[in-house]
Design a protein around this ligand. Structure first.
Ligand code: CTP
Ligand code: MG
Length: 237
């Protein structure tokens, strides 16, 4: 098995833009390093990963490439690395990253750069399931709130049983061959998916679930900016 990380950092961060002065969330500071770099560092600490493809917005590609070179020079990830531009949808960014993978790559760990609190143990559980033969693996946590399905008028139509629901995170592990087949199907049927394993699910193949982490939140809305604030140090002891 030869596994590469695909770090998706090509979004526009529209839900956060007003609160961040227009800055894209993956480039905000997280305790001295950009959010995307924190994510890369955490995943690089997981044994058994060979390389990483960074995916950035086309208009910030050159600046981001330079930032990666500088950051890796001062604190090397110890991975082979490539940098590419993303596309309009998350799945377009992933598809573009696939073209940068080397021939020997057989599996990918696809990660949202905005999940910068990920820990290596989550990635290790995903890798372990891939090693055991799973074609697609997602980390997930039980849902805390009751979830309602509503109609266009906002009226409740169903209440799925909470015990069977999971909130899905990244990194998601996928066998490359299955992922490519999923993309071919998505193109034929014009499918949009919000998670990577969804492409494998669409093929009718099983998707395994491993334990995620409550800490592995995705910076998404202005409230999440609090999570990036540096830890407060007592002024005087
Ligand atoms: N992403 C990407 N390419 C896209 C869209 C999203 O690489 N075309 C990445 C984002 O950079 C992020 C991850 O996918 O790390 C998860 O997406 P999301 O949280 O939705 O981020 P954005 O799309 O940037 O934010 P928003 O939906 O608020 O605009
Ligand atoms: Mg988005």
């Amino acid at each position: 098995m030869n596994t590469w990380i695909v770090l998706l950092a090509a979004g526009s961060g529209s839900r956060l833009a007003a609160a961040s002065g227009g800055a894209k969330k993956q480039f905000l500071d997280a305790g001295g390093s950009p959010v995307f770099w924190r994510s890369a560092q955490a995943l690089a600490r997981c044994a058994g990963v060979s390389g990483i493809v960074f995916v950035f917005p086309p208009d910030e590609l050159d600046a981001a490439r330079e930032a990666v070179d500088t950051l890796d020079a001062s604190a090397p990830l110890g991975l082979d690395r490539r940098v590419v531009h993303g596309g309009a949808r998350r799945q377009d960014s992933l598809e573009n990253a696939l073209s940068a993978l080397p021939r020997e790559c057989t599996h990918v760990l696809v990660h949202d750069a905005a999940r910068c609190f990920v820990t290596p143990d989550v990635a290790a559980r995903v890798l372990e399931a891939l090693r055991s033969g799973a074609k697609a693996v997602i980390p997930a946590v039980p849902v805390k709130d009751t979830v309602k399905q509503v109609d266009a008028q906002g009226v409740v139509v169903a209440t799925p049983e909470r015990a069977s629901l999971r909130a899905v995170q990244t990194p998601q592990g996928v066998e490359l061959e299955a992922l490519r087949a999923g993309f071919a199907l998505a193109r034929r049927e014009n499918l949009t998916v919000t998670d990577d394993a969804g492409l494998v699910e669409a093929l009718g193949l099983p998707v395994s679930v491993v334990e995620g982490s409550e800490a592995n939140v995705k910076i998404t809305t202005p409230e999440d900016l609090r999570l990036l604030a540096p830890a407060r140090v007592p002024a005087a002891l």
